[in-house]
Design a protein around this ligand. Structure first.
Ligand code: ZN
Length: 425
């Protein structure tokens, strides 16, 4: 990383980008707060998608919605011709992250994520229009990241074809370039069908689907001894019968299988399927597998990572006041905000994100920006609380600044874009 000094062409426009972000900061914070209030589940983000698409339309973007049969997905476009630079926006919430038990909340900060990506698009479009250059800014409204569905489904249906580069970010406790992605993953449901019977009066007439499910997982537990150390196989019994005195004729296991790449996950899936087949044979039940989603490994892109690293260093981390830091005491698990910029993250994470699938269509560059205090528990109500504080809003505006400048850079720097595209092959 950073083996050579990246020559930046967007820096003369930094002041314009900063003033563009500042001019819309109140409006953007209102959008982020509204989406935090809506706190809508994956694939039901109707009001959140409306709000973001409306924000973009009010600033000159043409909005197409729904796209690719997904009612809460949208594509907002500004400009004409090439290159086409895209930004990814997310806006779904999580269960049990609200103020009261059972309430939904933004435990992953997607209220900030979607808003900053949209704001970055608006600001980059403003610079592009002033320069009178050809090119398109496209902001994708991507639903259901938490369910790992949105971008997989969109990619599958060609939504990301024809892009020259893609920029993305995620709120976090640290500010850094995310030069590596997450794990490749399959989300699979194994459904078993047996024959019900009175569990005491006539158990010999029954064929238990629950037995098949349990045997499958026992076999998978033995399998774990013989897989590579990095593999992750985890499951829940999503259906297992209703009463002990009724032989269950239906049962379902829901597995996540994770590995370093698609090849490893495909092989792990083959072996988990053998466990299910063996269990069904032993219990005289039928089985089928439903594929919920498939995440591929990220194709890393060094030119994009180098560009974002240089821009991040130039823009600097979010500037927080003592009052912002005091406000963070409201987050029980939080400590203090990170104040610097960490070196780029180059090791692949163990969790998975559907944004990695987008890297197979165009060069992908990602950053994280410190929006929550260090130690804040993710996918938790503490996080949902932290992403509404002034420090979070400052992080969001900083992300928009860096991403907008990144988009401007990609419009102005054809050699860089060429290198990025070559690296994505
Ligand atoms: Zn997230």
């Amino acid at each position: 990383m950073a083996r050579k000094e990246t020559t930046l062409r967007s820096l003369p426009h930094l002041r314009r980008v900063r003033s563009g972000v500042a001019a819309l900061s109140d409006e953007a914070i209102a959008v982020a707060e509204a989406i935090a209030d809506y706190a809508e589940p994956s694939l039901r983000e109707f009001r959140s998608a409306d709000r973001l698409a409306g924000f973009l339309a009010a600033h000159g973007f043409r909005v197409t919605r729904p796209i690719r049969e997904m009612p809460t997905a949208f594509r907002a476009t500004f400009g004409t011709g090439r290159p086409v630079i895209a930004l990814l926006a997310e806006y779904d919430a999580l269960p049990d992250c609200g103020r009261k038990p059972g309430q939904w909340g933004h435990g992953c900060g997607h209220n900030l994520l979607g808003t900053a990506s949209a704001l970055a698009g608006i600001v980059a479009a403003g610079v592009l229009a002033r320069l009178g250059k050809a090119g398109k800014v496209v902001v994708f409204g991507c639903p259901a990241e938490e369910a790992l569905h949105g971008k997989v489904f969109m990619a599958d249906r060609g939504a990301f074809v024809g892009l020259d580069a893609v920029l993305a970010w995620h709120p976090a406790a640290v500010t850094q370039v995310k030069a590596a992605g997450g794990a490749a993953m399959d989300s699979l449901r194994f459904q078993f069908r047996g024959r019900t019977a009175h569990a005491a009066g006539g158990p010999h007439h029954g064929r238990s689907a629950l037995d098949a499910a349990l045997l499958t997982d026992v076999a998978v537990n033995y399998l774990r001894e013989h897989v590579e150390e990095n593999a992750r196989i985890h499951c829940v019994i999503s259906s297992g019968g209703t009463a002990p005195n009724v032989v269950p004729d239906k049962a379902e296991l829901w597995y996540y299988i994770r590995g370093r790449d698609r090849k490893q996950v495909d092989e792990l899936r083959r072996r988990v399927v053998l466990c299910a087949r063996g269990a069904a044979l032993a219990t005289e039940t039928r089985w089928r597998m439903l594929i919920e989603t498939c995440i591929a490994e990220r194709i890393p892109n060094e030119p994009m990572a180098e560009m974002l690293e240089a821009l991040l260093r130039r823009c600097g981390p979010p500037k927080l006041t003592p009052a912002d830091r005091r406000a963070a005491r409201a987050v029980p698990s939080g400590k203090d905000y990170a104040t610097g910029i960490d070196p780029p993250r180059v090791a692949a994470g163990r969790a998975s994100s559907d944004e990695d699938n987008v890297s197979w269509f165009a060069p992908l560059g990602c950053i994280t920006v410190a929006c929550v205090p260090k130690g804040t528990i993710a996918h938790h109500r503490d996080y949902a609380r932290a992403v509404r504080l002034p420090g979070a809003h400052k992080g969001m505006l900083k992300a928009a600044e860096v991403l907008a400048l990144g988009a401007v850079e990609l419009f102005l720097n054809a050699p860089l874009l060429r290198r990025a595209k070559a690296a994505a092959q």
